[in-house]
Design a protein around this ligand. Structure first.
Ligand SMILES: NC(=O)c1ccc[n+]([C@@H]2O[C@H](COP(=O)([O-])OP(=O)(O)OC[C@H]3O[C@@H](n4cnc5c(N)ncnc54)[C@H](O)[C@@H]3O)[C@@H](O)[C@H]2O)c1
Length: 315
């Protein structure tokens, strides 16, 4: 498989900079473009910092990162950024109309063979690429935050995406050490967003209902289901939870309990302004350190978890 000779990332926010740092850390030539000069300036500083942090995390080698950084550029226009890119990664705000307009413009300047991916968190790919004539080479590649650390990427093809486009996206992502999963059909929020939204609603509900404080709730998830799920997803966890009887026995023993809880779980669809204020107050009271420090600590823990998982896979 040929690696991309140039990757262009459009949108220098958290996600765009993460994608750029990941590709730079693989030694790939990367160009970053943002509609805002301020955004681009921030990205010019953020990407090298995040790529070098991968060296400290033992997730990239210094020589390759520094080589990638020599070929890291900022484009002054969409045309300059996109015209000779083999892979264009869109990472602008989650705004359907803006994404549609952007892909229409990208199509006019991108090379005939360029792969076009969107980082959308949940918009239908058929809508995102609606204004493109060549939808065969377009698909959603949804990363998790931060993209340079979390290996999972959801691939969501649109109705006209070809198999070879999917295979090419998988190849590029695997070359970057990512673990792509492929959705068989597009649903709003895709898979990861839907799981996160369902769990988060219950978490918010428990906090607002006064059952538990934010920090203890977060610990309950991180050291409870999330720790188990990091080693084995929910189905394998339950398949292993009832001795030799597997999931059949698990259902016999515990389905009744689950059904009684399902009947009780929160089902609200809106978080009213007053509830938002209460949630913000609870979160800010729980986490008083600067966001930068909290993010660094989170990334250190993520790096440690990934190293442990990789080690466990090879032993
Ligand atoms: N933040 C997350 O946790 C997360 C996780 C996975 C995916 N995503 C998705 O990734 C995308 C980017 O998210 P983010 O959090 O980095 O957003 P962000 O708002 O932090 O950054 C978006 C950047 O895009 C720029 N931009 C907006 N319109 C543009 C245009 N037309 N052309 C060029 N630049 C433009 C903005 O100036 C800004 O710098 C969204 O679709 C989001 O849903 C976000």
């Amino acid at each position: 498989m040929a690696l991309p000779r140039k990757v262009t990332v459009i949108g220098a926010g958290d996600i765009g900079c993460g994608w750029a740092a990941l590709c730079v850390a693989a030694g790939w030539p990367v160009t970053l473009f943002d509609a805002s000069a301020q955004g681009l300036e921030r990205g010019a500083a953020d990407v090298p910092q995040r790529a070098r942090a991968l060296v400290e995390q033992q997730r990239a080698s210094q020589g390759i990162v520094e080589r990638g950084l020599l070929e890291f550029e900022q484009a002054r226009s969409l045309l300059q950024g996109v015209k000779d890119a083999d892979w264009v990664i869109e990472a602008i705000s989650e705004d359907l109309m803006a994404k549609q307009r952007l892909f229409e413009s990208i199509e006019q300047v991108a090379g005939h063979d360029a792969l076009l991916t969107s980082s959308s968190s949940g918009l239908p790919p058929g809508d995102i690429f609606a204004r493109c004539r060549r939808q065969d080479r377009c698909l959603v590649a949804h990363p998790l935050n931060p993209p340079e650390l979390i290996p999972l990427v959801e691939l969501v093809p649109g109705p006209r995406t070809t198999q070879s486009t999917v295979a090419r996206a998988q190849d590029y992502l695997r070359s970057l050490g990512r673990m792509p999963i492929l959705l068989k059909k597009a649903v709003p929020g895709y898979v990861v967003g839907r799981i996160a939204a369902a769990v988060w609603r219950q978490c918010i509900d428990l906090v607002l209902d006064g059952v538990i404080d934010v920090d203890e709730l977060d610990r309950a998830v991180s050291l409870g289901p999330a720790l188990g799920w990091a080693a084995a997803g929910p189905h394998l966890t339950y398949h292993l939870a009832a001795g030799d009887g597997g999931v059949t026995l698990f259902l016999q023993q515990l389905l009744g309990s689950f059904e009684s809880w399902w009947a009780e779980l929160a089902t609200w669809k809106r978080l009213e302004p007053e509830q938002q204020r209460a949630l913000i107050h609870s979160v800010e009271r729980a986490y008083k350190h600067k966001l930068e420090l909290l993010r660094e600590a989170r990334d250190r823990r993520l790096g440690a978890i990934l190293r442990a998982l990789e080690q466990a896979r090879t032993t």
